[in-house]
Write a protein that binds this ligand. Structure first.
Ligand SMILES: [Zn+2]
Length: 455
């Protein structure tokens, strides 16, 4: 018989909903079965109790946008201090040399790094399929299984190379037909549908043309059709920079959102990375369509792209989540740090009393779950998945803080003490239990050095 576990009396707990769990929560198998309100005890007998009186508990954090392969080109000298388009043009030829074991190591390193920061669900956008890497999705499925969190692997694509007026070099693009055939293959091989069996999905697939400036119009349309046929989600980059606005106006005679609508992508099964340069009317349309936005604060700051209009999007009805974005445009894959970045960048756009640390935590949890179309994760409540992150405030940086939940964000927490996914511990005492992170790091460093070497 399976045991019940009471994680008792946390220092603070954020449920991402209205429920009171001041006295902790009870877990059985992969689910939370009870929240324990202030001054109360569990209503059912428990087999094991963990004292959490020195821990802050959050729902497992959800990263809505990343490019794990980019962990191999962090702080890469030729790409430093550049805007998005020149930054991409510098890195594309390097990324074109990616080899299978490099992607495997990058996926494990990035997922391990994220897990240690309290992140239990990661959406990765992989759009590079040079000749050596046509099985990128298979590699990522294998690699992620070794780390143990939930993944939403998006089968990206680029079909518009330099020769056709696109941005990426020809060696990194595939034909529309090859792309669509592989999309179908990987969905059929790996996508787990919600409710298909008793378990909550750990591996999901989505379809994700890289951006309007790297795929054909026809591919955008056909990808949407295919995703709807298979009932998987759609993802792309949109409205990240003003250069992109300019590109869309020149190439299609349309602003990015109008273009998106013209290819049948303004819909509830779509989430967009960045979503910065929308006007008021476009924000209302996004809200009416219930399209999701992955706000990527660090990346937007580093590439000087702009600031997402999170509050207007949220009020219009669009779900807002957080993404660390590619490690090369952020140089970190740390979700709890991204929560702090989100709070800070939003304070540049809004008044201090309009955005709080709780808003930033909400985006990183329940907001992210909505963006990824999930209702079984992202919050703490009966029947929800037991995905949690716990943090201790015992470092010098927290000393003298008074509100533990605010301290987590404001004083700059960077690593979780304990993480649980579907009722299983993946991190205890700050150590990854599912894999040897030192060993992964060693292999990853070698891969990065090889990739950076000129051929
Ligand atoms: Zn991105």
């Amino acid at each position: 018989m399976s045991k019940t576990l009471w994680i008792k009396s946390p220092l603070a707990i954020f449920t991402a909903n209205e429920s009171d769990a001041s006295n902790g929560l009870v877990i059985k198998d992969d689910k939370i079965i009870e929240l324990v309100a202030s001054g109360l005890q569990p209503t059912i007998p428990v087999d094991e109790i963990i004292d959490a009186s020195d821990k802050v508990i959050l729902p497992g954090l959800i990263n809505c946008h990343h490019h794990l392969y980019q962990t191999l080109t962090r702080a890469f000298p030729p790409a430093l201090n550049k805007k998005l388009f020149p930054w991409l043009q510098t890195l594309y030829p390097v990324w074109a040399r990616l080899q299978p074991e490099m992607l495997f190591n990058a996926t494990q390193l990035g997922l391990g790094e994220l897990m240690l920061s309290g992140c239990t669900t990661v959406a990765d956008h992989h759009y590079l399929f040079p000749a050596a890497l046509t099985e990128a999705m298979d590699i990522q499925v294998q690699a992620s299984a070794g780390i143990g969190g939930r993944v939403m692997l998006t089968r990206g694509s680029m079909s518009l190379g330099e020769e056709d007026g696109g941005l990426p070099p020809q060696s990194t693009v595939q034909s529309d037909e090859t792309i669509l055939r592989d999309c179908e293959r990987v969905i059929e091989s790996y996508h787990q549908y919600s409710g298909a069996d008793k378990n909550s999905p750990t591996v999901q697939l989505a379809l994700a043309p890289c951006s309007p400036f790297s795929v054909s119009t026809e591919l955008m349309k056909q990808t949407a059709q295919l995703a709807r046929q298979f009932k998987v989600r759609l993802h792309t980059h949109l409205a990240e920079t003003l250069d992109e606005n300019e590109f869309c106006l020149q190439t299609f005679g349309l602003r990015p959102l109008d273009y998106l609508e013209s290819v049948d992508w303004l819909a509830a099964d779509v989430w967009l990375a960045h979503g910065i340069h929308f006007n008021d009317e476009e924000i209302l349309r996004l809200g009416q369509a219930s399209t999701g936005i992955s706000h990527c604060p660090s990346s937007n700051m580093l590439l000087a792209s702009g600031i997402c209009r999170t509050r207007e999007l949220h009020h219009a009805g669009a779900a807002v989540g957080l993404g660390v974005d590619g490690s090369a445009s952020n140089d970190g894959s740390n979700m709890i740090q991204e929560v702090r970045q989100a709070l800070l960048i939003n304070r540049l756009r809004y008044e201090a009393d309009q955005v709080s640390h709780r808003d930033a935590l909400y985006w990183a949890t329940k907001g992210g779950a909505k963006v990824l179309g999930r209702d079984d994760i992202g919050e703490l409540g009966p029947g929800k998945q037991a995905d949690l992150a716990m943090f201790t405030l015992d470092e010098a940086r927290f000393s003298g803080s008074h509100d533990p939940l605010a301290a987590l964000v404001l004083c700059g927490a960077h690593s979780a003490s304990d993480v649980m996914v579907a009722g299983q511990w993946t991190v205890r005492g700050g150590q990854l239990l599912t894999a040897d992170i030192q060993n992964i790091q060693q292999k990853h460093r070698k891969s990065a050095a090889r990739l950076a070497m000129q051929p």
